[in-house]
Design a protein around this ligand. Structure first.
Ligand code: ADP
Length: 491
């Protein structure tokens, strides 16, 4: 059976598409065999030699088509040339009359021309198809090699989410083989590991989401518990692949192992948390000692010592704020920042915050037109923190401009608080980033101000926890207005 199959495979021109191997021996052999067999047939068996001629022409046409499709232009030319030579041989060897002889020559020339045209057209078509298939196969090999060498995991699926390719890195990462045809996000039974935090279901799978929404899904993180007990953190970016008509033909996911990065971040967070806890107690004691020294020393009425003590107190206060910010950031990272909500007047809180910040010195005028009493349901201390941060920033980044405006607006379902300054402003490209953790604008002017880039991050997280929003409108060099909103209901 195997030999029969091999024989048919050898004969079938479709099986040789893309081979780019064109045989000379096979067409030569068959085309020489045909005249020999025909001659034997004509002289030994045939009753009507004219009929034999018709069969031969039919067979020659078939062979020209067959060999040009199997062995390219050369296969077709070999067949045409041998056929024409054989026709000439027949004309000379059969002792035709003059008329028959000359019409035989003309027919042979016409037939030869038709055979050659057929050989050239079909052979050229066959060779073009071969080149195309070969180019595609090379492209595939090139892509496969790149995929296998990539330091990140890659999974490619068709438009229905069935895996068509997965590289070695993703299989090493997950410690399993991903079967082809496995449908991402649907075949849960085939998910061999256990997802540490959650099962990647179809609506959570970034690849499935990007197929559904026809756009990229970036930076999704998943915890994964491997069968050997190792915990992994993976970051997944998925996107759809469209054809020239804009139809989805495939989707691809790039998966990076971010376990080391996560562990390092956690160690860093743990360190910041521990260090700020350790610093908090001595700073509180320091403040108490300074208060007690100030009380004891008052009776000496020494203005120099008084001034020094006020400075020490101010610096200790700053240190305390810094440590408390550090603690808040670390609590936010670990989800441990707690909130105690109550109903209170936000307008009063604004007035109190302004008074607290300005104290005795009034270098910059903070203008706040007190509106009607406005109640919110929120964590009073945390909202104070947000207000204090926005007002101190406004003062800090508009030092030479004297005015800062505070406004509260009540809308249908929320209140909006705005803090406006006429200071250095923030460029459009930086406006979103200033709310990121430890982000500071890196311009020449900005670098002259002290700070660690924690205030706006903490404010953003606090407002987010109240289901509100925080944003900035600003023009570089002209000033900024920071807004935050708090919903009136349902937070
Ligand atoms: P910090 O002020 O401690 O650096 P913040 O998180 O409060 O940290 O602010 C982040 C960055 O945003 C600042 O470094 C500053 O560049 C920019 N910024 C904040 N508020 C203002 C403002 N009112 N005007 C101009 N730039 C500001």
């Amino acid at each position: 059976m195997h030999i029969v199959r091999k024989f048919f495979h050898y004969l079938n021109p479709m099986d040789h598409l893309g081979d780019k191997k064109y045989s000379v021996i096979f067409p030569l052999f068959i085309n020489l065999l045909l005249p020999i067999l025909s001659e034997i047939y004509v002289y030994v068996i045939a009753a009507n030699p004219m009929m034999v001629g018709a069969y031969i022409i039919f067979l020659n046409v078939f062979f020209v088509i067959y060999f040009s499709f199997r062995d390219g232009i050369q296969g077709g030319i070999i067949t045409s040339v041998i056929s024409v030579i054989y026709y000439f041989y027949i004309i000379y060897s059969r002792h035709y009359s003059n008329l028959q002889f000359s019409s035989g020559i003309v027919t042979t020339i016409i037939l030869g021309f038709i055979y050659l045209c057929l050989a050239l057209i079909i052979g050229w078509l066959k060779e073009s198809i071969d080149s195309l298939i070969d180019r595609e196969a090379n492209e595939k090999i090139r892509l496969q090699t790149i995929l296998q060498q990539l330091p990140v995991g890659v999974v490619i699926t068709d438009s229905k989410g069935q895996v068509t390719q997965a590289n070695g890195k993703i299989e090493d990462m997950l410690g399993i083989k991903i079967p082809l045809g496995y449908t991402v996000g649907v075949d849960k039974s085939l998910i061999p590991g256990r997802q540490k935090s959650r099962q990647i279901s179809s609506d959570k799978s970034p690849l499935f989401q990007s197929l559904k929404m026809r756009k990229s899904v970036i930076g999704k993180e998943f915890g994964y518990l491997r069968n050997d007990g190792k915990h992994l953190y993976m970051q997944v970016n998925s996107s759809v692949i469209l054809n020239r008509n804009g139809e989805v033909i495939a989707a691809a996911s790039i998966i990076s192992d971010v376990t080391q990065q996560k562990e390092l971040e956690k160690r860093k967070d743990d360190f910041v948390n521990m260090a700020s806890h350790e610093l908090k107690t001595p700073i509180t004691s320091l403040k108490l000692y300074i208060d007690s020294v100030s009380a004891n020393i008052k009776k000496y009425h020494d203005s120099k010592i008084d001034k020094t003590l006020i400075s020490i107190k101010k610096q200790t206060g700053k240190l305390q704020e810094l440590v408390s910010d550090l603690l808040d950031v670390s609590r936010l990272q670990t989800g441990k920042l707690s909130f105690t909500k109550e109903k209170f007047r936000i307008d009063t809180l604004v007035t109190e915050t302004i008074e607290g910040i300005q104290g005795g010195e009034k270098k910059q005028r903070i203008i706040f037109e007190n509106p009607n009493p406005l109640f919110v349901y929120a964590d009073r201390f945390r909202i104070y923190q947000v207000l204090a941060n926005l007002i101190t920033n406004a003062m800090k980044y508009s030092f030479e401009k004297k005015e800062i405006y505070l406004r509260i607006k009540k809308l249908e379902d929320k209140i909006v608080v705005g803090v406006q300054d006429f200071g250095i402003g923030i460029s459009v490209s930086e406006q979103k980033k200033v709310f990121d953790r430890l982000y500071q604008v890196s311009g020449k002017k900005e670098k002259t101000f002290p700070g660690l880039g924690m205030g706006l991050y903490i404010s953003k997280e606090i407002i987010k926890k109240h289901k509100g929003e925080i944003w900035v409108e600003s023009t570089k060099g002209k000033g900024s207005t920071f807004y935050f909103s708090l919903p009136l209901k349902g937070n």
